[in-house]
Design a protein around this ligand. Sequence first.
Ligand SMILES: *Cc1c(COP(=O)(O)O)cnc(C)c1O
Length: 463
Amino acid sequence: MVLDAVARRQDAIAAATREGLLGPEAPVVALLDVQGIRETARQLHTAFTGPSPVLHTFAVKAGALVPVLELLADEGVGCEVASPGELALARAAGVPASRTVFDSPAKTVAELRDALETGVAVNADNAQELARLDALVAARTAAGQDPGAPVGLRINPQVGTGSIGAMSTATATSKFGIGLRDEGVEQWIVDSCLARPWLTRLHTHTGSQGVPLELMAESVRVVFELAEQINRAAGRQQIDTLDIGGGLPVNFAGDETEPSFDTYAQLLRRTVPGLFDGRYTVVTEFGRSLLAKQGFIAASVEYTKSSGGRRIAVTHAGAHVATRTAFAPESWPLRVGAFDAKGAPKDAPEVVQDVAGPCCFAGDLMARERALPELSPGDVVALWDTGAYYFSTPFQYNSLPRPAVHGFWRAADGRIRFSLVRPAQQLEEVLADSGAAQRGALTADTSTGGQHPPTTAAGPSPA
Ligand SMILES: *Cc1c(COP(=O)(O)O)cnc(C)c1O
C-alpha cells in the first residue's frame, strides 16, 4: 500500500515535468493522490463501522478545495465548516446540509439563523451563543416551526495540552467551548439541556496534531459520561449524538500512516465502549489525517549558492505554500524529496544543505541543514505530506500567486493522469486581489481640502 503510493507519487512528478505542469512556466505545483484519498476515506469508514451509526465529516479548513470536498462526499464523507466561506464550499461541492456540521467560536446571529433555516447542525461554543440560539428557536416556534437543525454544545473537557500549544484546544484556558471543570459549569450544562429539549448533541475536539491519542480518547470518555448524566436527569435519551471532533495526528517523519484510524477507533472502543453500542450517533471531524499524506508540493530549484559556508538551494516552494513550516519550523518539519529536471530521483552524493523558498525574509526555509543529494538549478524538490493545511491554505506574501493544484491517479494502462483541481492564480488576479480596481482611492480626493497637507511630487504645495 505504502509502496504503491510512493511509486505513484514519483511517477506523478516525472509525468508533471513531462507534461509541463511543473517547469519554467509553472515553477511550483501541488499534487493530490486521488486513489490515496479514496483509500484513506475507506479506511476511516472501516475503522468506525458499527454498531453505532456514524457520520464522518471532513474539516474543510484542512483542504478548502471544492473538488476535494466532492471527492470525499463521493466516499461518504460530509463537511465540518467554521465560516460562511467554508459552508459555501461545502454547498458548492453538493454536500447536503444533513451531512454538514457548523463549528466556529465566533458565529454571528445571521450565520446561526441561516444554519437553522437550512438544516445545518450547529455546535454552540458558549453561553452567549446559546442565548442567541434561544431567541432564534423561540422565533421559529412562534412561527409554528421546529428548531430547524440539530443543535449541540461544544464541551471543553479541560484534559490538558499536547506537544504544540497552538494546536491544543482542550486546555484549562482554551478559547474553545464550555470549560466543563470550571466551578458550577457541569450542573449549568445539565440544567441548560433540561431546559432546552432541542439540545441533542455534545461536541468535543481536543486538538490538531501533537495531542496524544490517550488524551483525545479521554476527552471523548468525559463527554460520553456527561451525555449519560444528562440523559439520566432527563429520564430519556435527549442527547442522541456525540461529535468527537478530529485531530488524529499525522506522521511527518516517514511514509507509514501511524497512528491509523483503526488504532484510534480501537482505543476508543476500549476507553468508551458505550459510544459504539448503538444508542448514540457518532460524528467525526477529521481533517489532516484524511489528506496530509495524499498531497505534496513540487517546486523547481532556481539557484544554488553557498554563503558563509552554508549551502542553500533557492526554490519556488516557500512560506506562501508552507506557511506553518516557515514560521514554526520546530513544530512543522517536512520531509524533502530530491529529483532531477525530468523528475527522476536525484542521483548525486548527499550534502548538507538548506532548502529555501522565494519569499523575501530570512526565515523562508523549508528545511535546514538537511542531508540531501546535492541540488542544482533546474532540479525539483518535493515537500511530502503537505496535502492538508499547506497549498490549500495559501498566504499571499510578496504577491506570490497561488500555485495550481492537480489531482492525479494511475489509469488502467499504468500511466499517470491529471485533472485540474484549482488553476494557478494569474497576475491579473493578483492585481485584482490587491485593489488594482481601486486605483486612485487614496490620492484622488485627498490632495486638496483634507486634514493632511496636500503634497505634489515636488513636496508640500503652498496653502
Ligand atoms: C480543525 C478542526 C478539526 C480538524 O482537525 P484535524 O487535526 O485537521 O483533524 C475538527 N474539528 C474542529 C472543531 C476543528 O477546529
